[in-house]
Design a protein around this ligand. Structure first.
Ligand code: SF4
Length: 690
């Protein structure tokens, strides 16, 4: 059979795949040598995709109240309950909670229904847990959520600084790409991370800074840039505001907050100030913080001051966790955005989108972000909630309270591919198509729009997400605006809307693609306009603020909200492991992937383990103010004294006592609304000790 070109459903690297169906329900998977993101490379998760497409655990029919139901009766009920909630309590009494696993077309339809027809902006996504602080930081500095860099910048940088980013395990093909650049041209690599991760194997310097002190580090870097003549005075004078205030605040901040050895700090500052071709890559270690947006702006300040932005081999670069976190941002999948990078709080933008949709209304203020959305569901403010392709009863901070909120909400619909802790709490469960069975587009971390193409038939009664949402919209009386024959028609409408954004000065204009052959669409990086060829932003010094100048912000470093003390003396860091993905609904199906690490664990420093009486491979109870978990002890000096690390993948099904987000408080960044997932405080004791 002919190989089908498609895209990996896991991380934001967005690797291209060649998938060959075997005609018996199985597939063979190879890396696509022609795809610009991976050039044929794959990691362990991508290589094992063929082992994860079976029907084990799949939801194959709609369920109402736990009983099988017809599609018509389930969709009638969903439409009726949403309509009644809106009639009785207003449009803000309903909400959608989406996922970076959804395709752009699915996201587009959900947003159109909620923001343009229901009239609420209560659409948020699990991407809020992943990169909302980067979005907010970009908007503050650039006037728009625009990622300046590309993967090619990693290939030609002289210095790559990885901040809070375990690229080796979380974006393995990008790591391979960086490793190749290091061999080819001697790229220097600095890893900034409290923990010695697998990524440190590539590092010329590892900076194990104090948790949450990243802004102090980049404030110190800004001062050194200024003191050593590395500020691009012309770029700053012509294209930036706020330099003086940002530098003054940076001078007032104390580099000792980082807790780094002076010699290592000096080496970093020396390299950072003297290397023009510097890329600063950052992800969850920066974003998942109560000061995540400030940390992002501290990094952006350095690149704006030095003019190292938008040119080959240099720039700040936020890498996204999920396969379509970026597509969700483009399509307005967050509660504070409109589609195509337009602003919900800008009347001209709202009028343009409403006019294009010919919709009866348009949301005119931001909706509830993830943490607030589930609080509202628990308190009765949200009466009807639709959760799509995500498992918040496990993955949200303070997960037990989130599960209670879902249970307490009047009416909850969940669309997913397998039973999860969240589907078990739903009034209605809708069977969705999975990767390999559906068709659409995703956008990776460097703005490359790639097709996912169907290789397998939908099992049982599973349906595409966009079709379920459109069917409910039709039942609510808006059938004409939601009557697409297929995903390609949705993409064409979305691309045409991006032309409206282009008319309003946004570079997110992919309208040239809307007449293209959707089936044949090659991976395409936006912007697609001739003026922006090369795919980098801001090298011309023009930003999306009203005066076209970037904003540097004064940043006062703030450490994590929760403080360690006698009762909870350890700082809990959370993250991913190499061979599992999110809550393991797919990767757990591969025996090969489970061989890497088979159960949840807690990493403890040897001296802390000795003091606590913890032996290797025994069990420990980990307790926070929010909850507790029982985990296998792994003793390693990869973590610092007073810190522990735990992976976030295990669920009520796979390890009932190992659900980590039950330990994490719902503390959020006040600007981005992103939870502080890496800085809870905990106590440890041997399991079974009194
Ligand atoms: Fe998939 Fe990411 Fe691995 Fe590429 S690096 S194969 S996108 S999981």
């Amino acid at each position: 059979m002919t190989a089908i070109r498609t895209t990996c459903p896991y991380c934001g690297t967005g690797c291209g795949l060649l998938v060959t169906p075997d005609g018996k329900g199985g597939i063979a998977v190879k890396g696509d040598p022609a795809h610009p993101a991976n050039l044929g490379r794959l990691c362990s998760k991508g290589t094992a995709l063929a082992e994860t497409v079976g029907l084990a655990g799949r939801i194959l029919a709609p369920q109402v109240g736990g009983q099988p139901a017809t599609w018509d009766s389930a969709l009638d009920l969903v439409a009726d309950r949403f309509r009644r909630a809106i009639a009785d309590h207003g449009p803000d009494s309903v909400a959608f909670y989406l996922s970076g696993q959804m395709l752009t077309e699915d996201y587009y339809v959900a947003n159109k229904l909620m923001k343009g027809f229901i009239g609420s902006a209560n659409v948020d996504t699990n991407s809020r847990l992943c990169m909302a602080s980067s979005v907010a930081g970009h908007r503050r500095a650039f006037g728009s959520d625009t990622v300046p860099g590309t993967y090619e910048d990693l290939d030609c940088a002289d210095l790559v600084v990885l901040v809070g980013s375990n690229l080796a395990w979380c974006h393995p093909v990008l790591y391979q790409r960086l490793a190749a650049a290091k061999v080819a041209r001697g790229t220097r690599v600095v890893v900034v991370d409290p923990r010695r991760t697998a990524t440190c194997d590539l590092a010329d310097l590892h900076l194990p800074l104090a948790p949450g002190s990243d802004a102090a580090l980049f404030n110190a870097a800004l001062v050194v840039l200024a003191d050593r003549g590395a500020v691009d005075a012309r770029f700053v004078a012509d294209h930036v505001t706020g330099f003086g205030a940002a530098l003054a605040e940076a001078r007032a901040s104390d580099p000792a907050l980082t807790g780094l050895p002076e010699a290592d700090l000096a080496t970093f500052l020396d390299w950072f100030s003297s290397t023009e071709k510097t890329v600063t890559v950052y992800s969850q270690g920066i974003n998942q913080s109560s000061s995540g947006t400030d940390k992002v702006n501290a990094i952006l300040n350095c690149h704006l001051a030095s003019g190292r932005i938008g040119r080959a081999g240099m720039g700040p670069f936020s890498v996204t966790g999920q396969p379509n976190a970026m597509g969700g941002r483009e399509v307005g999948g967050l509660a504070n955005m409109l589609a195509c990078h337009l602003d919900i709080e800008n009347p001209a933008h709202r009028a343009a989108v409403q006019g294009f949709w010919a919709s009866p209304t348009i949301a005119d203020k931001p909706g509830l972000k993830a943490v607030d959305m589930f609080s509202a569901a628990g308190s009765g403010r949200i009466r009807a909630l639709w959760i799509i392709h995500t498992n918040p009863a496990v993955s949200m901070p303070d997960a037990d309270r989130v599960a209670q909120a879902i249970r307490a909400c009047d009416f909850v619909v969940v669309s997913d591919i397998t039973a999860t802790d969240t589907t078990r709490l739903a009034d209605v469960v809708l069977p969705a198509t999975a990767w390999g069975e559906k068709s659409g587009t995703v956008t990776n971390s460097d703005r490359l729009i790639s097709r996912q193409r169907r290789a397998l038939p939908a099992p049982g009664q599973a349906r595409d997400d966009w079709r379920m949402i459109a069917d409910v919209a039709a039942r609510m009386g808006w059938g004409e605006a939601f009557a697409w024959p297929d995903a390609g028609a949705i993409f064409a409408e979305y691309a045409a809307l991006s032309g409206v954004a282009g008319g309003l000065g946004r570079d997110f204009d992919i309208s040239g693609l809307h007449q293209a052959d959707y089936d044949a669409l090659p991976p395409t990086r936006w912007p697609v306009s001739a003026a922006k060829q090369g795919g980098r932003f801001f090298g011309d010094g023009r930003f999306y603020t009203p005066d076209a100048r970037a904003r540097m912000l004064p940043i006062t470093p703030r450490l994590p909200e929760a403080r360690t003390g006698n009762r909870y003396p350890f700082r809990l860091n959370t993250g991913r492991i190499r061979d599992q993905w999110h809550t393991m609904t797919r990767t757990a199906l591969s025996p090969r992937l489970s061989q890497h690490i088979a159960e949840p664990f807690v990493e403890v420093h040897p001296e802390d383990a000795r003091d606590l009486g913890l032996a290797p491979a025994t069990l420990a109870r980990v307790t926070s103010p929010e909850g507790s978990a029982i985990l296998r002890v792994s003793i390693t000096d990869a973590v610092q004294r007073g810190q522990v690390f735990v992976p976030m993948h295990w669920t009520g099904d796979t390890a009932p006592s190992g659900r980590i987000d039950t330990l994490v408080a719902g503390v959020i960044d006040p600007v981005s609304g992103q939870p502080e997932s890496k800085a809870a405080v905990v106590a440890l004791q041997p399991f079974g000790a009194a």
